[in-house]
Design a protein around this ligand. Structure first.
Ligand code: GDP
Ligand code: MN
Length: 379
């Protein structure tokens, strides 16, 4: 679960990480009122879960109420890379001497936490990694040992931060590691971490992604309520389907997350591009397929639909009956290609057989089915 910058900063503040005082608002006049309380100059910051807001014009300095009003009215409602700005965060502006980068995430392959620190912050870390990988100091932390002050100090030295920033950076990195572990983050990132002309180190941005599996031990209801979802994702969420919206033209339904992922790959392999990830899960009742097919068919990007089912505990004939019943109750615009394999696949195929047409095709293999779906999407 991804947080907005303001939520990330509120979380950081609970772990004693220095952030600027600020307020989140949704209206222009509320932004001005907030700025009056926060104290000028302020920064008006678009709250969307996508990077590069600064470059897109979503982050503006305001010296007084008039400037704040102007920027807030431009930024609220603005589109940044397909994300509409509904909330702005008004914070006290900082003076910047230097901009750094700091983050913790999980290195799954190494089974260790990965910390990254760079003196070249403020720009996208992917660009630094590409052009100047040596400028990123990495450490791997065994969760059993944790991050010690001595290790943090050596890490800061390796990253070549300004010596004036050393103590402040060590302090923040220890607290950030604690926020990451204790707060159950998948990722915590500060970019930029700044050194002010007065020698203070301070988090100017916050990117936090939480580990959904740890939800039971936290109060995350507020974060869950403000999740950014497009209309398709919202509908899928309400129908309790595991769905992620993508940009391609082949709608996808599969049973099991792994099979759904492979289906995306195979559609790409066949020269197409998937419109979504959708795992209908186990079971095969008509209701599930009605919901899944309706959400996918309502997506204007979708030109064909690929249903990829591998029967396991859920048997092929149950799935086939579910699909047939669903198609009897709803009208689907896009042509559908089904691949059905696994337990009782023959029984399932026999049930589907009499319903096949131009608009409902069946293919014996995953690759064949993907090729057919891609060809239909391109027609
Ligand atoms: P992002 O573009 O989405 O990563 O948004 P950031 O919050 O990182 O802000 C982008 C850039 O805006 C930063 O790297 C800073 O250069 C600038 N910026 C943000 N807040 C302030 C501030 O308080 N004072 C000054 N002078 N610049 C700021
Ligand atoms: Mn940033």
């Amino acid at each position: 679960m991804d947080l907005f910058e303001y939520q990330g900063k509120q979380l950081f503040a609970r772990y004693d990480i220095p952030v600027s005082p600020g307020e989140a608002v949704t209206e222009v006049e509320a932004a001005v009122a907030a700025a009056d309380r926060v104290g000028y100059p302020v920064v008006v910051k678009a709250q969307v879960q996508v990077g590069g807001r600064g470059k897109a014009g979503g982050i503006k300095l305001a010296a007084n109420a008039e400037e704040c009003r102007e920027h807030a009215s431009n930024i609220i409602g603005m589109d940044i890379k397909g994300h509409t700005v509904n909330v702005v965060w008004i914070e006290r502006a900082s003076d910047i001497a230097e901009e750094y980068y700091a983050s913790f995430t999980l290195d799954r392959a190494k089974k260790l936490h990965l910390g990254m620190l760079s003196a070249q912050g403020g720009v996208e870390i992917e660009a630094v990694a590409e052009e100047n990988p040596d400028a990123i100091a990495k450490i791997w932390i065994d969760p059993v040992d944790g991050l010690t002050e001595a290790v943090a100090r050596a890490w800061v030295a390796a990253a070549n931060l300004n010596p004036a920033a050393t103590d402040g950076a060590v302090d923040i990195l220890l607290k950030l590691y604690n926020a990451y572990v204790d707060g159950d983050g998948d990722l915590v990132e500060i970019n930029p971490l700044i050194l002010t002309p007065e020698g203070k180190v301070h988090a100017l941005d916050a990117k936090v992604s939480l580990d959904n599996n740890a939800e039971f031990r936290h109060e995350w209801a507020e974060y869950a309520a403000t999740q950014e979802r497009d209309d398709r994702e919202q509908a899928a969420h309400e129908a309790d389907l595991q769905y992620v919206g993508l940009e391609g033209s082949v709608g996808i339904i599969a049973n099991g997350a792994g099979l759904a992922m492979s289906t995306l790959d195979v559609v790409n392999q066949a020269g197409g591009s998937p419109a979504n990830f959708l795992d209908v899960g186990g079971g095969a009742d008509a209701k599930k397929f009605i919901n899944a097919l309706t959400i996918i068919d309502n997506d204007p990007r979708v030109k064909s639909i690929l249903i990829n089912i591998f029967g396991g505990i859920t048997r092929g004939e149950e799935v086939a009956n579910g699909i047939v019943a669903a198609l009897g109750q709803i009208d689907i615009t896009s042509p559908i290609v089904i691949r059905l394999d696994g337990t009782n696949a023959d029984e399932g195929r026999a049930i589907l057989e009499p319903h096949l047409s131009e608009k409902l095709q069946m293919s014996p293999t995953m690759l064949e089915a993907a090729k057919t779906a891609v060809a239909l999407a391109k027609r």
